[in-house]
Write a protein that binds this ligand. Structure first.
Ligand SMILES: Cc1cc2nc3c(=O)[nH]c(=O)nc-3n(C[C@H](O)[C@H](O)[C@H](O)COP(=O)(O)OP(=O)(O)OC[C@H]3O[C@@H](n4cnc5c(N)ncnc54)[C@H](O)[C@@H]3O)c2cc1C
Length: 405
């Protein structure tokens, strides 16, 4: 394989590199919170949230057979055995993640911090729930340690937290990075190594013949390739459809608010459990990130939704953490119904690959995905760690994997 065309992923890019979901996210490299979203009881837990205005989850009800099928698969994936298998596979895929990011950081010098991640609960019930979840995460192979912070020491441990919280759990091994800095430095580094990075290059179609991918079609020309990787986030579905392959991605919309730091700066990233809200302190910015909305691929900023992030943080944070004004941003997490990414070869095609569906963990899994998929392409066989993420799991039994166009 000599020439690989990567659609999205910061290589052949419709807009500018890293301008979509990989821009305004929280930037956590979190293995502790890497459990698949469809977890046991998730449906029962989230249904009441749907009715509450300002809650972190929202579904726009719609009579769309593809969406209804997606919801049904999501519900089936929340079975305990599937959840545990997904968590185990995710931790296994990420076995080298911290080391890979250390190496990347050493080479590219992007903004990255190793202050761990602190989970904060306002209620004893949610604290207990996450303590139990983390026990399972440890059992399934989490390599970091888990420290329980007593209620009486919370504000000594993290002075930006308000008084009166139920408790906190600190994961000292976790890291976070400034996502915009990572993607811009990666793009520059790729170019310095001789990779052609094409911006404002919309891939309109794939040139596929006899089960082989030959080129990507841009507005004005074709780019020939020995292998093609579709890493176009939620927009991957449309391109894969041209290869006769149906990948059931939904955009899980999230919001962030970014501002200059206020008068109180958290020493580490914080996860505000009940509100499913992240707080990321960066060198010269502070970011709140959260909400998960299944409302179609709609990137508009709803000012009330964006403002709800700040409201939701009030119980947990002292006044003055977020500065003014705060810039609102939205992104679409590419989410598959089993909560796991699709990484690997498209069935019935020799040299067409996909890397998407990373949901809430696209930053976390990026380095491992890249390293393992490169292996799969160069050796023409998937490494063991990628097997649970095979795109072939979405081929319905009895159906042809893909029609050869
Ligand atoms: C609020 C929020 C907070 C988050 N926080 C975290 C976090 O802390 N840690 C974590 O691990 N993950 C986090 N995530 C998830 C993470 O941001 C995503 O999983 C990840 O960014 C997805 O990356 P991607 O490259 O697959 O998609 P994208 O970043 O959306 O990139 C796809 C790219 O493909 C391009 N493209 C699409 N179609 C075409 C085409 N036809 N031709 C050319 N280019 C095309 C698009 O322009 C886009 O740039 C968060 C997400 C949100 C919304």
């Amino acid at each position: 394989v000599k020439r690989v065309a990567v659609v999205g992923g910061g290589v052949i890019e419709r807009d500018t590199c890293g301008s979509q979901t990989s821009a305004g996210n929280a930037g956590w490299i979190t293995l502790g919170l890497s459990a698949p979203i469809p977890a046991p009881g998730v449906v029962q837990k989230t249904l009441p949230w749907m009715l509450k205005p300002g809650s972190p989850f929202r579904i726009k009800p719609r009579i769309d057979p593809a969406f209804l099928h997606w919801l049904w698969r999501f519900w089936r994936s929340s079975r305990r055995d599937r959840f545990i298998a997904g968590l185990h596979a995710t931790l296994r895929l990420n076995a080298q993640t911290w080391a890979l990011f250390e190496q990347l950081h050493h080479e590219l010098q992007f903004e990255m911090h190793s202050h761990g991640l602190t989970l904060v609960a306002a209620t004893p019930h949610c604290l207990q729930e996450y303590a139990e979840l983390l026990e399972i995460v440890v059992q399934e192979g989490y390599a970091g340690s888990v420290q329980h912070i007593a209620q009486s020491s919370i504000t000594d441990f993290e002075p930006s937290l308000a008084a009166g919280l139920a408790g906190a759990i600190h994961l000292p091994g976790e890291k976070h990075l400034r996502p915009e800095d990572l993607t811009s430095k990666l793009a520059l580094d790729l170019q310095a190594r001789g990779v052609e990075v094409l911006e404002h290059a919309n891939v309109r179609a794939l040139d596929l013949r006899d089960g082989k991918a030959h080129a990507v079609q841009l507005a004005d020309r074709k780019e020939r390739a020995d292998a093609i990787v579709i890493a176009a986030g939620v927009w991957s579905t449309r391109l894969l459809r041209t290869a006769g392959f149906s990948l059931p991605l939904q955009g899980a919309k999230g919001y962030s608010l970014t501002s200059a730091p206020g008068s109180v700066v958290p020493q580490r990233p914080l996860y505000l459990i009940e509100q499913r809200l992240g707080v990321s302190p960066f060198n010269d910015r502070i970011r709140l990130a959260g909400t998960l909305e299944l409302i179609g691929n709609d990137l508009r900023v709803d000012a009330r939704r964006a403002a709800s992030l700040k409201v939701a943080s009030r119980t947990y944070l002292r006044d003055g953490v977020l500065g003014e004004p705060a810039a609102a941003w939205t992104g679409l997490r590419p989410l598959l119904p089993d909560g796991l990414p699709a990484i690997g070869a498209i069935p019935e095609h020799d040299n067409l690959y996909v890397a998407t569906g990373h949901g809430t963990l696209g930053v976390t899994m990026a380095a491992a995905t890249g390293a393992l998929l490169a292996d799969a392409i160069l050796n023409q066989a998937p490494p063991e760690e990628l097997r649970p993420f095979s795109p072939g799991r979405f081929v319905r039994p009895g159906k042809h994997a893909a029609r050869r166009p």
